[in-house]
Ligand binder design. Structure first.
Ligand code: 2Y5
Length: 447
């Protein structure tokens, strides 16, 4: 592989097919947002290239990029906490899992969900805003069957960056817990973000197929190639797994970066196996941004698993900015995002610096006072290598109770407000029970 090589051949600028917007669903500024296409190359102009070169000239291969401030023209106009929701934007792959009776077929449906999210990305080579410590983002989906799904996230660490998230589709009995821990390295003509951290998908349907089953997933790494020479290109790489210990099933999937002379872009190749017997059940091939196929090893029959080219995302909905507090992503970064959308890099850089300077002075103050920062919505856990888990009991016996429990964690729906009780001063340790969450029912009338 030429991943570490310094001579990536010029990659032609491919203009992609248009697809639906993958950005925030706030109607107010949807029109200002870039129209995402399948394009995953970026042509930087001379000024931009010289900016990158001046950064690179100070870096040795292997250098940690997490403390380097990168130029704003590579920024996607939203936070990583929001970017993670791309994963939940294909409810048509996510929601059917709890209706599948056969454990192997159910596993295939989880793998299908897992593979359906990677094609959702901003055009070109962009990275989301690095969330500040304690930044929060919450959203919800109106699902086709009139039910809702909810997402809550918080930046639980700044150095190293850790984004913790929680997703619940109460009526579909699906819960996802995860922490994403990107570690970025400069490699020469390329940069890599190693996507550490796991996602835990739990089926909670009492009395239905697969109750209590857990699926542990990890993410492919992200490479940007052609920084010094040629055109910047976004690639996914390395091995990922989806594992269901209850049924001894594992999918091992390789995201293949293009070889120096051989191979194609965006290819995947994987197998689904019974971990106990070693029996190979399925083979998976295709491209994560186009068609993906699955072949049944015993029948030899191959079929389309997911068609990413024509799949339309279901966008999450967010409370209006006027209702968001100062820690919430879209509100916190609003001036930066506005400048990025206008391509005013100086203003974007100034606004971003303001937010980050505040974070620095808050850190200094805490250090001076000898205070340890704790997340507000998540608590540490040793389970499954998750690092953090939502700080609330989500154990309701029926979907309605579950929904109430989620809505009590933090405002998600328009018109819902947090109570004073919920605002824990940043210097105070979290009470070790979920009794701090507001008991008042959020107003669900607004939609
Ligand atoms: C930081 O600067 P920045 C500064 O670094 C930090 O020190 C400051 O803290 P402090 C802080 O305030 C801020 O100013 C730099 C660094 C931060 C990278 C991440 O400029 C990106 O805001 C490296 O941030 C890119 C490498 C790989 O950023 C490719 O290290 C990745 O760390 C993406 O933000 C491709 C995009 C663009 C890259 C283009 C060119 C690179 C040129 C390099 C030239 C040397 C965390 C890393 C984020 C990686 C982005 C990953 C994409 C999103 C994937 C979503 C996956 O204390 C979702 O000094 C998976 O004040 C969900 C799974 C669910 C099942």
């Amino acid at each position: 592989s030429s991943m570490f090589g310094g001579h990536t051949p010029h990659i032609p600028h491919v203009s992609g097919r248009r697809r639906g917007s993958t950005t925030s669903s706030r109607k107010s500024d949807e029109a200002d947002r870039p129209d995402p296409t399948e394009d995953d190359t970026t042509v930087v102009d001379e000024g931009e290239k010289s900016m990158l070169l001046s950064i690179i000239s100070q870096l040795k291969p292997g250098a940690d990029l997490s403390r380097i401030t990168l130029p704003t023209f590579i920024l996607e106009p939203r936070s990583m906490l929001e970017r993670i929701t791309n994963f939940m934007q294909h409810p048509e792959t996510l929601l059917p899992m709890t209706t599948v009776d056969d454990p192997v077929e159910r596993f295939v449906s989880v793998v299908k969900f897992y593979l359906s999210g990677w094609h959702l990305k901003p055009p070109g080579v962009k990275k989301p805003l690095n969330p500040i410590l304690g930044e929060q983002f919450a959203c919800y989906w109106n699902l086709p069957d009139k039910c809702r799904a909810y997402y809550i996230s918080e930046q639980t660490s700044h150095h190293p960056p850790k984004s913790s998230y929680f997703y619940l589709a109460p009526h579909h009995h699906i819960r996802i817990d995860g922490t994403l821990k990107p570690r970025s390295r400069f490699l020469g003509n390329s940069a890599a973000s190693m996507m550490e951290g796991v996602s835990l998908l739990t089926l909670t349907n009492k009395g239905k197929p697969g109750v209590g089953e857990k699926y542990i997933l990890n993410q492919p790494n992200i490479y940007v190639r052609g920084i010094l020479f040629g055109t910047m290109k976004y690639e996914l790489g390395d091995y990922v797994y989806v594992r269901c210990p209850e049924n001894n099933l594992v999918a091992e999937i390789e995201f293949r970066v293009k070889g120096f002379f051989t191979g194609t872009y965006n290819a995947i190749h994987g197998t689904i196996k019974n971990e106990k017997t070693g029996e190979k059940l399925y083979e998976i091939t295709g491209k994560w941004n186009e068609d993906m196929y699955i072949k049944n090893e015993s029948t030899g029959k191959s079929e389309l698993l997911f068609d990413a080219t024509n799949a339309k995302p279901t966008l999450p909905l967010v409370r209006p900015i006027s209702e968001q507090n100062e820690k919430e992503s879209q509100n916190l970064w609003a001036p930066t995002i506005r400048a990025l959308l206008k391509k005013d890099q100086d203003a974007a850089s100034d606004e971003k610096t303001k937010v980050e300077e505040k974070q620095r002075s808050d850190t200094r103050k805490r250090e001076a006072d000898g205070i340890e920062w704790v997340p507000q919505l998540f608590k540490p856990t040793d389970e499954f290598g998750l690092d953090y888990i939502i700080h609330a009991n989500i154990d309701g016996k029926d979907p309605e109770t579950l929904e109430k429990q989620v809505l009590a964690i933090t405002p998600i729906l328009p018109g819902s407000h947090s109570t004073g009780k919920f605002e824990i001063p940043p210097h105070q340790n979290h009470p070790n029970d979920p009794s701090h969450v507001p008991v008042t029912e959020p107003d669900t009338s607004a939609k």
